[in-house]
Design a protein around this ligand. Structure first.
Ligand code: FAD
Ligand code: SF4
Length: 404
């Protein structure tokens, strides 16, 4: 006879032991729990199933040019199934949040109104502001303690066993694409009445050691960095402990040194915009200083409505043309070309003036990362290329000429 919960007999893999996805593992945390039983189906890097999970979550897959010519549906092809997109910011930003704190505010409202009993989010350890520590927050203070990005791979799903054992029935999970893909795959086994998913886009994540190398190579004062972001003005912004801001143009990054700093999982990821979340909160499709919201389904709409009186909004816009800049950057990145700083700064100023903005900037970033990642999978895991790259990503990559 088959057990009702066969996973409960499985044993979590010990931290540090090899994961089934091997070097592509993003340390999402699933394998730290008895849900490892489902890993071959659930892991985003073993079984790419975004289309099937879009169907399960949103009731349909995103439209690709199979249904419509590429130029007629660029929004859905790029940004996934959605009802609405907008730019938004909190009227009173949360101090110390990554942007204005829309993510933390929604989570707090959901808890305060009794819509959920707990929120899966990521705090940091006492010793290290960048070392992620996933928790199930049960108070607004615990949610606030998780604000701001931990720009490192985070085992968010390591708390899944705790959720099932706690008997919680209504839960909010905050997470990035690879975590959410595995979560959606085991959602039905969690015994929940309602799962809400608040996602952020995610790209170029690193291990803790990789982060140190990135900070040491790029910032003038790596030990005092409290926050950083790759911004729409084509610069990396580092915020330091004393509140000062340091900016470094993308084109001045030491690409040769940094080439293998990003985790192999992130070099082979095609779910930049968190296709399976109910609501996505990022920044890259919005004007500088604003956040970018993608409402994917009715659950996401319900979540956003909770903070309508705390935010101001404006429609998303799109300006410029990205394709030429993307095409030129492909061989430059591939060869690890680094410009001298004066040239990088000049290029940054020019491209900021005439380069892509709003949704076109988001497409620029998606195109640049998908072409890079496609080449990475082709070269390092050719046997996975066909099944691992989703159809929408293949169509995006096809617009460009790639080196062998
Ligand atoms: P806050 O209120 O500060 O809350 C941040 C939330 O993020 C917290 O609830 C915390 O639990 C969660 N979190 C922090 N670190 C992690 C982690 N490592 N894994 C999972 N969850 C985490 N947006 C873009 O538009 N383009 C990008 O390229 C992009 N890259 C990102 C890369 C990473 C690693 C992360 C975590 C986010 C990224 N984002 C990106 C999203 C963006 O930086 C903000 O997180 C988002 O706009 C929310 O801002 P906020 O002020 O509302 O969040
Ligand atoms: Fe396991 Fe997650 Fe790593 Fe896949 S990415 S092997 S599910 S821990």
């Amino acid at each position: 006879m088959t057990a009702i919960f066969p996973h409960k007999k499985a044993k979590a893999l010990k931290a540090g032991s090899r994961r089934p996805a091997k070097e592509l593992c993003s340390e999402c945390g699933l394998c730290d729990t008895y849900f490892v039983h489902y890993v071959k189906n659930a892991c985003a890097f073993i079984n790419q199933q975004i289309g099937a999970l879009e169907q399960q979550t949103h009731g349909r897959e995103r439209l690709t040019s199979r249904q419509l010519p590429i130029l007629e549906n660029p929004d859905e092809l790029y940004f996934g199934v959605h009802q609405q997109m907008m730019a938004a910011r909190k009227v009173e930003p949360i101090e110390g949040a990554q942007w204005t704190g829309i993510v933390s505010s929604i989570a707090i409202e959901m808890l305060n109104r009794g819509m959920v009993e707990g929120v899966v989010c990521v705090q940091n350890t006492k010793e290290d502001r960048f070392q992620p520590m996933p928790v199930i927050a049960r108070t607004p203070e615990e949610i606030l303690a998780a604000r701001v990005n931990k720009p490192t791979l985070s085992p968010n799903l390591s708390v899944l066993e705790e959720i099932e054992k706690s008997g919680m029935k209504r839960l909010l999970v905050i997470g990035v694409g690879c975590q959410i893909q595995a979560l959606r795959a085991v959602e039905k086994q969690l015994g929940l009445e309602k799962l809400y998913v608040l996602g952020t886009p995610c790209v170029d994540n690193v291990t803790r050691a990789g982060l140190q190398k990135f900070l040491d190579t790029t910032s003038k004062s790596p030990d005092t960095v409290v926050y950083y972001e790759f911004m729409q003005d084509f610069r990396v912004h580092f915020k330091h402990e004393d509140g000062s801001l340091e900016t470094v143009p993308f084109f001045g990054l030491n690409t040769k040194e940094l080439k293998d700093v990003f985790a192999p999982s992130c070099m082979s990821c095609f779910d930049y915009v968190n296709s399976l979340a109910d609501l996505v909160v990022g920044y890259m499709g919005a004007p500088f200083g604003w956040q970018w919201l993608i409402v994917r389904n009715d659950t996401g709409k319900e979540m956003l409505e909770l903070v309508q009186d705390q935010i101001e909004t404006q429609p998303v816009t799109s300006q410029g043309k990205r394709q030429e800049a993307v095409q030129q950057s492909i061989p430059a990145y591939d060869k690890g070309v680094t410009l001298p700083m004066w040239a990088a700064k000049l290029m940054g100023v020019v491209i900021e003036k005439i380069g892509p903005k709003g949704l076109e900037y988001a497409r620029f970033s998606i195109d640049s990362h998908f072409t890079r990642n496609y080449l990475y999978v082709k070269r390092h895991h050719p046997e996975k290329l066909e099944s691992h790259v989703p159809e929408f990503a293949k169509q995006i990559v096809k617009q460009y000429k790639l080196p062998e």
